[in-house]
Design a protein around this ligand. Structure first.
Ligand SMILES: [Zn+2]
Length: 233
């Protein structure tokens, strides 16, 4: 359908309307209709494809679903249905990474980050508004970019019951007590907190949406103090 690098280049050049403009340039027809039990699906037949998106989703989620289904097609899917609450499958993780990159290119995401400095709730909110995406997309991009920011970062999404349903990267997830976060979030929509676990310093940004709670966890690198040397004078 289109090379991944070309798709990313195209969406970056059309930012913040990358996925919509990319669809216009491809033989893909998009329909927005009521859907039951899934947020969207796509099907590929011959040299054409159809994407259907649930019209009941919030606008930013419709945009994410568009980028998500488009990513399935770019990555070679014949037919795919994106069911709610099944976002932890490997294929879905790969697709979500590409979708997030198309919605928020690295060059734009970097404007909200400084090397070695933790992101804050204000910079996330600003980028989410500029890029017309959810808080979660920005948090996910920041997590992916932890190498360039020199922070070890994890992102999680928690269902309203307090049960974690998605995280990136999964292995870093245990560093925070999410039950505690959840109880804090029931009082405020967005909160930042910093804490130490005895070895590392963390900054967590907690965010509540109508459907889920999200956490961006940023782990600061261990700062090694230079050994004291005797003054030669
Ligand atoms: Zn999917």
């Amino acid at each position: 359908m289109i090379d991944i690098r070309e798709a990313l280049w195209t969406t970056e050049s059309w930012y913040p309307n990358g996925p919509e403009k990319l669809v216009e340039s491809l033989p893909v027809t998009v329909f927005y209709t009521p859907l039951q039990g899934c947020s969207g699906w796509c099907t590929n037949f011959g040299d054409k494809a159809i994407i259907r998106i649930s019209s009941s989703l919030a606008k930013v989620r419709q945009r994410f679903t568009l980028a998500h289904e488009l990513s399935h097609l770019i990555l070679g899917a014949e037919t795919h249905v994106t069911q709610d609450n099944l976002t932890d499958l490997w294929e879905e993780l790969e697709v979500n990474i590409l979708a997030s990159e198309m919605l928020l290119p690295a060059s734009k995401a970097r404007s909200g980050l400084a090397e070695g400095v933790a992101a804050n709730a204000v910079s996330i909110d600003r980028l989410a508004k500029d890029a017309n995406v959810s808080w979660m997309v920005v948090a996910r991009r920041f997590a992916h970019m932890n190498q360039s920011t020199k922070l070890t970062v994890a992102v999680a999404r928690i269902a309203e019951s307090g049960k974690m349903i998605w995280s990136f990267p999964r292995s870093k997830f245990k560093a925070i007590a999410f039950e505690t976060c959840y109880s804090v979030l029931s009082e405020k929509s967005s909160i930042e907190m910093e804490y130490d676990d005895g070895e590392s310093h963390f900054k967590a940004i907690l965010h509540k949406t109508p459907h889920s709670n999200a956490v961006l966890l940023q782990k600061f690198p261990v700062i090694v103090e230079p050994a004291e040397s005797e003054c030669p004078f």
